[in-house]
Design a protein around this ligand. Structure first.
Ligand SMILES: Nc1ncnc2c1ncn2[C@@H]1O[C@H](COP(=O)(O)OP(=O)(O)OP(=O)(O)O)[C@@H](O)[C@H]1O
Ligand SMILES: [Mg+2]
Length: 224
């Protein structure tokens, strides 16, 4: 289960003081999917980063599968993240100097999975995302949709307990985006993954078990 208890996050930057999240609370049962919806700048990315241990809120607690993640030491948190979390970032974020195969294998290597087993897993995922013939390609040789498919495969490769996907379809056309989401839901649900997906797209949010609508960093509506 994921439990957020009144988290608040602010930024101070060249643009001054921004309150990105204010008192955000919700819980998500294990194996369920939540969609985070809201306009640009409403705090979706910040919220996903806070849940995934990437952005420490000033106030509140984030409990993932029983662990109060921000009370862990930096080292314990990073071990917890690499084992339990998978991320699909808003802008892909593949490692540019690694091939498609290596990008997908990366979380498996980090988790010490034996080479042979890792290879089988990557091959299986490449097949699933329809990119078996692109395994030796570098990210700059891929289209936006292909990059997001590889990102989704990488996020799920090590069978994380929590998948965090930040507007995974933002840069894709409708059909490609729909296919990617179907694939993510299928891969996630097959392995009992808990998922949090941020999106602008009502069609995607309808597929989730729970919709969390945010505005100016506050939850304005939660629908189960
Ligand atoms: N690193 C940062 N430094 C300063 N301000 C930031 C930072 N990250 C986010 N913000 C600000 O926090 C607010 C929430 O940003 P966030 O990226 O979470 O929104 P979002 O809902 O993901 O938007 P989008 O749909 O455009 O991706 C915005 O006002 C943004 O400018
Ligand atoms: Mg964002």
């Amino acid at each position: 289960m994921i439990e957020l208890e009144k988290i608040s996050k602010e930024f101070r930057s060249g643009r001054g003081y921004v309150r990105a999240l204010t008192d955000v609370s919700f819980t998500l049962e294990r194996g369920k999917t939540a969609a985070v919806v809201g306009k640009s700048g409403s705090g979706k990315t910040t919220l996903l980063n806070c849940i995934g241990g990437l952005e420490r809120p000033e106030k509140g607690t984030v409990i993932c599968f029983g662990a109060d993640i921000y009370s862990l030491s930096a080292k314990k948190l990073s071990l917890f993240q690499r084992k339990n979390f998978g991320f699909v970032f808003q802008h892909g974020n593949l490692l540019s100097y690694l091939t498609v195969f290596e990008n997908i294998a990366f979380p498996l290597w980090l988790n010490g999975i034996a080479e042979k087993q890792a290879q089988l897993r990557v091959k299986e995922l490449l097949k699933k995302i329809g990119l078996s013939n692109a395994q030796a390609a570098l990210p700059h040789e891929l289209s936006g949709g292909e990059i997001q498919r590889v990102s989704a495969a990488r996020a799920i490769a090590h069978s994380p307990r929590l998948l965090l996907a930040d507007e995974p379809t933002a840069s894709l056309d409708t059909v490609t985006g729909k296919n990617l989401i179907a694939l993510m839901f299928e891969m996630g649900r097959n392995q009992g993954c808990t998922m949090v997906i941020s999106t602008h797209d009502p069609e995607i949010s309808r597929l989730a078990d729970q919709i969390i609508q945010i505005k100016d960093g506050r939850v304005i509506k939660e629908t189960a």
